[in-house]
Design a binder for this molecule. Structure first.
Ligand SMILES: Nc1ncnc2c1ncn2[C@@H]1O[C@H](COP(=O)(O)OP(=O)(O)O)[C@@H](O)[C@H]1O
Ligand SMILES: [Mg+2]
Length: 1040
């Protein structure tokens, strides 16, 4: 039903609304401009010649159309071919495809499309392929011999062709029969300007090699042959040489032998050369005009090719033997008669050759077995012709088309009528033009034009074309479809376009004026017996076979049937043949006269549409109901329009449709229910249904999409969910299993350890393994015990005894060291604990002395064992001195020497040191000489030698200090200075600076004086110190 969808305008003109000639043409034109060259009228295909290659043919398209029914795809010849083939195969109905149309409208191309479609879809197999190949290859051969360039068509078929293809029950082609009709043989000797002779002549000259040409006694140059129109020896887009090879190849495939091909070419050469036989007048002795052949060379060559004596041929061409029952009379032909005879010979040879070729092809492709076969006929026959000058040929061609129109009307009408009857729908009569009356006018057995032509040809006496016309005028003076000057005159009409020697027939397709000149000759189709006899006697086997009537044994005086009768009979046979089959129509239309693409002449197409009766065709088809469809398909297509029938309808198809249409509330007259089909009255209703369907399908598509998406998501989700559950189950199981395994292994390990431990513990006592450790412990303890006991016996008794027994074993070295330190500390502590406070005090002083002088002063070591007595002057016995120091206990009392600063002489003095003062007193009277507050002592300088000299530095601001520092010598200088240091520390909380040096500076009232202590070498002097003044400010002291 794709012709209802997405097509330009309407694909089926049955659906045209409104229906008239204008809309019909508009529809065709619009479709044509959109390259939609095919349009249906029901099941008739209208084909408009595109004059360009369209991309709608070829194997893919054949595949597509094979799959679908007639209305499911765009209109196409393939759809028609498919329907015919399927119907032939499945319903066992013989088919015929009737292709009609003007010359150049595309009939032959259409017939090739049908054949190639059938060849492509039917069964494959080696034998089938060879049959198919033979059937297809018959085309180029027939086209070479039967086609020619005309003004309208570069490859116009000049014969009618009907081809029966026969199939077996499976639909495989078995073979075929070709019937040809009325080859336009006049073309052999004459054609109008701008046209050509049959292709084969040009192909032979262009394609044959030199050797072949020589053998055929031909020259390549076409202009030397008078039968060939050298003006248009070439046709655009046609390669004669290549086609010649293709023809030879095709003949080989069909089964022509090399010899046969050679013979055929020889005959072609003979025909060609016959045209060059020049005839001239020759007056005989009796004065009667005769004829003669000018150029003996040509006639010689022809005779050579024929295998005939030149004289015999010449005689046959120039004379005629009249024969009655009793005698033979030979008369000479004049030049005109001889030329006529020559041309008649050429035409006859050619047309007989053509028939012979067709028969020869049939011999090869015919099916030999006699079982019942299925047949598909393809009729490609010349279309209706209206030329400027119409003659006998046009007359018979148009007669043929009248007959075909009749088949068409009868078959479509009959079909339509039968369908209504079959479906039980009342049939209203349809007005249409029935052309039976015209057919009768031509073919009636006694009163038909053809019959009268025959009669006139056979009638003895003076007969001519004009006597024939007079007879017609008389016969059809009242006939509605016949006109001539005479009949017009009778009706007082005047039409100058109608010539005197013309008659006119009002064909269904239009008025055609025929000129009667030549009608009789052409109908007689006379070939003088001399010629046929001559040719029969030739040695050329093919020529002989072409002229069987030349055989004297078969010679009869009976005339052969006239051309008109022959044609009428063959048409009658054809009609019978067509009526017995299911017809399929392809109506070809020529869009313009100039073979141009995309040019659409409305006038020209209108004419053709008119005489093809397209409008009537649509009307017939639409009579009553425009559209019909079997219930099943209709329901299938529209069932979505009702809730009741969608998605499933379980009842009868018809009831379902009633439901749908009922819901749509269409007018009841809009449709009718037949037995198997639903009929719809107007296209509008169908379009309404289509529109509804389109909208509904859109909704349904969304619904289906929705459902499908939902379903897809749901199933996907469920699958995912199931998988997830499975995965987690496995995962959990696996984790637990692993954990359990680990716990189990650990438990076993712990168990094993515990058990082992318990058992070892239990059994340890029974084993010697512990003994070594115990022994070692024991020995080690013993060793330590012994070491400690020995040590205790050898401990040093005194604190200062540093001897310590060495360790008996290396292991004890460290502990021995530690013990030694600990013991020493302990011993020291013990010693300290038993000391009295006085002793402690004395030792503190000794410690202080050590800190001050150890390693600094040479007299220090001697002072160490000496206890610090403090009182070296017997103070208890000198109360005066005690009084001097009444303000505190005397820390030190000693007689010291004071060095006089003026001369360095020494003066003894008693020195008392209390907690706050240092007092210097006279030795004799104990008179206090100087009292120095300890706060005024700023420091002490002392030498490092053994002597007891020391400098007492006073602060400058003190009152005593004003006199200056003191240089003193003490026997117990260590003790004295230690005690002075401590007293100063106790009282002032400050450390007294005691400097050990050999040179120091004394400050006096008079100024400074530097003191230098020099160690005297003289050891005898004992503790003696001697000072020598050096200048006013230097003093040298010599001492040990
Ligand atoms: N379907 C087609 N596609 C393309 N060109 C076409 C088609 N049908 C016909 N023709 C052209 O028109 C020319 C005449 O077609 P043809 O079948 O010989 O016409 P007819 O047999 O009716 O005289 C062809 O030679 C070709 O060029
Ligand atoms: Mg043709």
């Amino acid at each position: 039903m794709s012709l209802l969808e997405g097509s330009v305008e309407v694909g089926d003109m049955v659906l045209l609304e409104p229906l008239n000639e204008k809309s019909l043409l508009k529809n065709l034109e619009k479709r044509f401009q959109n390259k939609e060259i095919y349009t249906y009228i029901g099941n008739v295909v209208i084909s408009v010649n595109p004059y360009q290659q369209l991309p709608i043919f070829g194997p893919e398209f054949i595949e597509k159309y094979k799959e679908y029914n007639f209305y499911e795809l765009k209109p196409h010849i393939y759809a028609l071919a498919n329907q015919a083939y399927q119907s032939l195969k499945d319903h066992d109905r013989d088919q015929c495809v009737i292709i009609s149309g003007e010359s150049g409208s595309g009939k032959t191309e259409a017939s090739k499309l049908v054949m190639s479609y059938v060849a492509a879809v039917c069964e494959k197999g080696e034998q089938v392929n060879s049959v198919k190949e033979q059937l297809l290859q018959s085309n180029p051969v027939l086209e070479a011999f039967g086609n020619a360039k005309t003004i309208r068509n570069n490859n116009s078929s000049r014969f009618g062709k009907y081809m029966d293809i026969e199939f077996d029950f499976k639909g495989s082609p078995l073979g075929g029969v070709i019937t040809n009709y009325l080859l336009e043989k006049s073309r052999v000797v004459k054609h109008i300007k701008g046209e050509r002779n049959f292709h084969i002549f040009y192909q032979l000259l262009a394609g044959a090699d030199a050797q072949l040409l020589k053998a055929l006694r031909l020259e390549q140059d076409g202009s030397s042959y008078s039968y060939l129109n050298f003006e248009v020896s070439r046709v655009d887009g046609m390669d004669d040489a290549a086609n010649f090879r293709a023809v030879q190849n095709a003949m080989n495939i069909i089964g022509f032998s090399t010899e046969e091909i050679q013979k055929i070419l020889e005959v072609i050469a003979i025909v060609l050369k016959l045209g060059n036989v020049e005839l001239g007048d020759e007056f005989q002795a009796n004065g009667v005009a005769g004829s003669t052949i000018h150029d003996g060379k040509v006639i010689k060559e022809i005779s050579d090719l024929m295998g005939l004596q030149a004289e015999m041929l010449e005689r046959a061409l120039c004379s005629r033997t009249m024969e009655t029952n009793k005698e033979k009379v030979v008369t000479n032909l004049n030049k005109i008669q001889a030329c006529y005879a020559r041309d008649a010979l050429a035409k006859n040879i050619y047309s007989r050759l053509f028939n012979w070729i067709v028969n020869r092809i049939n011999e090869n492709i015919k099916v030999n077995d006699s079982t019942k076969k299925k047949v598909m006929g393809v009729l490609d026959i010349y279309g209706f012709e209206i030329l400027e000058n119409n003659s006998f040929e046009q007359f018979v061609i148009n007669y043929c088309n009248e007959k075909l129109q009749q088949v068409f009307i009868e078959m479509t009408l009959k079909e339509e009528q039968e369908e209504y009857k079959k479906e039980g729908i009342p049939w209203d009569n349809i007005e249409y033009f029935d052309n039976r009356i015209i057919c009768n006018l031509i073919e009636h057995n006694q009163q038909g034009i053809l019959a009268m032509l025959d009669e006139e040809c056979l009638r003895p006496g003076m007969v001519s074309d004009s006597t024939f016309l007079a007879k017609l005028n008389q016969m059809f003076s009242k006939h509605n479809y016949y006109e001539s000057r005479v009949t017009q005159n009778a009706q007082h009409q005047h039409d100058p376009s109608l010539g005197l020697s013309c008659f006119r027939i009002l064909h269904y397709a239009g008025k055609v004026t025929y000129n009667v000149n030549g009608f009789m000759d052409k109908n007689n189709d006379l070939l003088f017996r001399d010629l046929s006899q001559a040719l029969w006697s030739s040695k050329h086997s093919l020529l002989r076979a072409l002229f069987p009537e030349g055989d004297p044994k078969h010679a009869s005086l009976k005339r052969p049937p006239t051309a008109g009768t022959q044609f009428k009979n063959s048409i009658a046979t054809l009609m019978k043949n067509l009526y017995s089959k299911n017809p399929n129509y392809i109506r070809c239309i020529k869009p313009n006269e100039h073979q141009q693409q995309s040019v659409f002449s409305s006038e020209l197409v209108g004419n053709q549409a008119r005489y093809l009766g397209l409008l009537e065709n649509v009307r017939v088809r639409r009579a009553g109901y425009a559209y019909r469809q079997v219930y099943k398909s209709f329901l299938e297509r529209y069932r979505m329009l009702s809730q009741a029938t969608w998605p499933q309808w379980r009842g009868q198809d018809r009831e379902g449709i009633e439901k749908i249409l009922g819901e749509l509330s269409l007018g009841s007259g809009e449709f009718a229910f037949g037995r198997t089909k639903i009929f719809i009255r107007s296209p509008k209703t169908l379009f309404y249904l289509e529109e509804k369907r389109r909208i509904r399908i859109h909704q349904l598509a969304i619904l289906i999409q929705k459902m499908y998406r939902g379903w897809r998501c749901r199933t996907n989700y469920q699958l995912m969910r199931k998988s997830q559950i499975l995965i987690s189950a496995w995962f959990r199981g696996n984790t637990q299993k692993k954990l359990y395994g680990r716990i189990k292994a650990s438990t076993l390990l712990i168990q094993a350890f515990v058990r082992g431990w318990k058992t070892r513990k239990e059994y340890r006592k029974y084993f010697r393994s512990g003994a070594a450790l115990q022994l070692a412990n024991f020995i080690y303890r013993r060793m330590a015990q012994k070491f400690l006991l020995d040590l205790s016996k050898n401990l040093p008794s005194k604190v200062i005894n540093y001897k310590w027994p060495p360790p008996p074993y290396k292991t004890f070295t460290l502990v021995n060291q530690e013990l030694k330190i600990i013991f020493h500390h302990w011993k020291c502590k013990k010693y300290r604990d038993q000391l009295s406070p006085q002793k402690k005090e004395a030792l503190k002083e000794k410690l202080c002395a050590s800190e001050l002088f150890k390693d600094k002063k040479a007299s220090y070591p001697q002072s160490v064992p000496m206890p610090f007595r403090g009182d070296y002057v017997m103070l208890r016995e000198k109360p005066k001195l005690q009084q001097t120091a009444a303000n505190g206990p005397v820390l030190m009392a000693e007689t010291v020497n004071k060095v006089n600063r003026a001369n360095g002489k020494m003066v003894p003095r008693i020195l008392l040191l209390t907690k706050s003062h240092m007092i210097l007193a006279d030795t004799k009277g104990s008179k206090v000489k100087t009292v120095i507050g300890l706060e005024n002592v700023s420091g002490v300088s002392v030498s490092s030698f053994k002597n007891g000299l020391f400098g007492l530095h006073l602060t400058e601001i003190s009152s005593v200090g004003t006199k200056g520092d003191f240089l003193l010598v003490s026997e117990h200088v260590i003790e004295l200075l230690t005690k002075l240091y401590q007293a100063t520390l106790d009282k002032m909380k400050k450390q007294l600076p005691i400097t050990v040096t050999e040179e120091f500076t004394m400050k006096f009232k008079e100024g400074k004086m530097s003191v230098r202590v020099i160690q005297s070498q003289n050891s005898n002097e004992g503790n003696q110190v001697s000072c020598k003044k050096k200048g006013s400010d230097k003093l040298e002291v010599f001492a040990q």
